[in-house]
Design a protein around this ligand. Structure first.
Ligand code: ATP
Ligand code: MG
Length: 413
């Protein structure tokens, strides 16, 4: 792509001003500008504001070198100083202030060896996608576009800045970021960008698993998740990171949208494709233990709910767990247009728990059984389970009634 004409559009960006940290951010910008350093809001916040969304973070780009930024503001953190980023703390808010830069050659398919401080135009050209390369000068009330990002935004197109294949070779993670932005923005991937990913998707193999998972997680929590999954498949990225996805029926998946969280989305995919390697797949992304456990519970408990052979007690344990919403969401995905079944389960659960909607404490614990002469061990564990199930099934309401059951069980040992 040849360098495009640079354009400025005079327009206010109300969603930017609605950001709770806008006032201190504007103050940081004004201070820099007053001292003669051209500065602007940059990247994701301009994109989101143009799409009428309130942005997540207000990032600032400036002509001032990092040392100067550190001198101007009393409270700073030098977290990304080597790449030109200084965090400025103003009125309790943290802002990333990054010096306009041009990236040097890329060493490992992920990071530039060094960066050179530069001007706004070159800073736009080092960014990944045209819609992420826009600037906003609040004093002039102007969006500054060096890469055709405003036109792409208007058309809902995700396109790399410059030649897609070069940009993906520099930093391979950008391929996955592209799929994530499709999922977040609901944009179509421009052809050259998509073709380039299809030609070099295998290069994603060498990227740190944590980075891959971070992008995937964000994709799974995006508004246009189905489009994101379709894109992973169409670009072949799924072949490297999530081959099970190729067996997913996307028409059925839409019944699970929107998922409660990424674990819920992953569980829906795993259940729909009948995945046998859930743990292995999550471990391949180095998902922290807690996330892994959450997915496994959701899958297991959804199967319990959906199994006609499950008992009232089995279902009560599922609905009394702390992921009951996620599990009901999955069940609802399998039973679209059948809310009566879900209502039935909830009514049944409430009939057991009463208004508290929490599972009752077990009438008996291990100590009680020890006192009755039961040896600790597997058998005791089983007895406790049977007793608690009996309690949930409403077989006995009091400890005295339960005692009778225990005595019968002990005799049976
Ligand atoms: P969000 O924070 O909502 O995920 P964002 O666009 O702010 O979206 P960030 O990852 O926070 O994304 O990055 C901020 C900006 O930095 C991007 O908008 C883009 O201009 C640039 N950027 C981030 N990562 C890369 C990359 N790997 N290659 C090139 N530019 C990047
Ligand atoms: Mg951001």
């Amino acid at each position: 792509m040849s360098p495009r004409q640079s354009l400025s559009y005079a327009m206010p960006l109300p969603p930017l001003e609605k950001h709770p940290a806008y006032a201190p951010a504007a103050l940081v910008l004004a201070k820099l500008t007053k001292l003669g350093h051209l500065s602007a809001f940059a990247g994701g916040c301009v994109r989101d504001a143009l799409l009428a969304h309130t942005p997540k973070d207000l990032d600032i780009a400036t002509a001032a070198p990092p040392e100067v930024v550190e001198q101007i503001f009393p409270r700073t953190l030098a977290v990304g100083k080597a790449f030109g980023t200084i965090v400025v703390i103003e009125d309790g808010h943290n802002f990333e202030v990054t010096t306009f830069r041009k990236d040097g050659p890329y060493a490992d398919g992920r990071h530039p060896i060094h960066v050179e401080f530069s001007d706004m135009k070159e800073d736009a050209w080092r960014r990944d996608f045209t819609v992420n390369a826009l600037f906003y000068d609040p004093e002039a009330g102007e969006v500054v576009d060096h890469v055709g990002g405003v036109a792409d935004l208007a058309q809902g197109l995700l396109r790399t800045v410059g030649h897609a294949s070069e940009r993906f070779s520099e930093d391979r993670l950008r391929m996955l970021r592209a799929a994530r932005f499709v999922a977040q923005l609901g944009f179509r991937m421009e052809d050259e960008t998509a073709d380039a990913i299809r030609a070099q998707y295998q290069e994603l193999e060498g990227v740190a698993k944590e980075r891959i998972f971070n992008e995937l997680k964000r994709l799974l929590e995006s508004e246009y998740i189905t489009e994101g999954l379709r894109t992973l498949r169409a670009t072949h990225l799924s072949r490297v990171i999530w081959p099970e996805l190729d067996a997913l029926n996307l028409e059925r998946f839409v019944d699970f949208v929107p998922p409660v969280n990424w674990q819920n989305a992953f569980a829906a995919v795993a259940l729909l494709v009948g995945a046998k390697n859930v743990e292995e797949r999550l471990q391949s992304w180095k998902v922290p233990r807690q996330g892994l456990k959450s997915v496994l519970t959701q899958i297991h408990d959804c199967k319990v709910l959906m199994n006609p052979a499950s008992s009232r007690a089995d279902r009560a344990r599922v609905l009394g767990g702390d992921q009951f919403l996620e599990i009901l969401r999955l069940a609802d995905g399998f039973l679209p247009g059948n809310p009566d079944i879900l209502t039935g389960w909830i009514t049944e659960f409430l009939s057991i728990t009463g208004k508290t909607a929490t599972l009752p404490h077990p009438l008996f614990n291990g100590h009680d059984l020890l006192k009755l002469g039961v040896e600790p061990g597997e058998k005791m564990g089983e007895m406790l389970k049977v007793l608690y199930a009996g309690q949930l099934e409403g077989q006995f309401a009091s400890k005295a009634e339960a005692l009778k059951k225990i005595q019968a069980m002990i005799k049976g040992i």
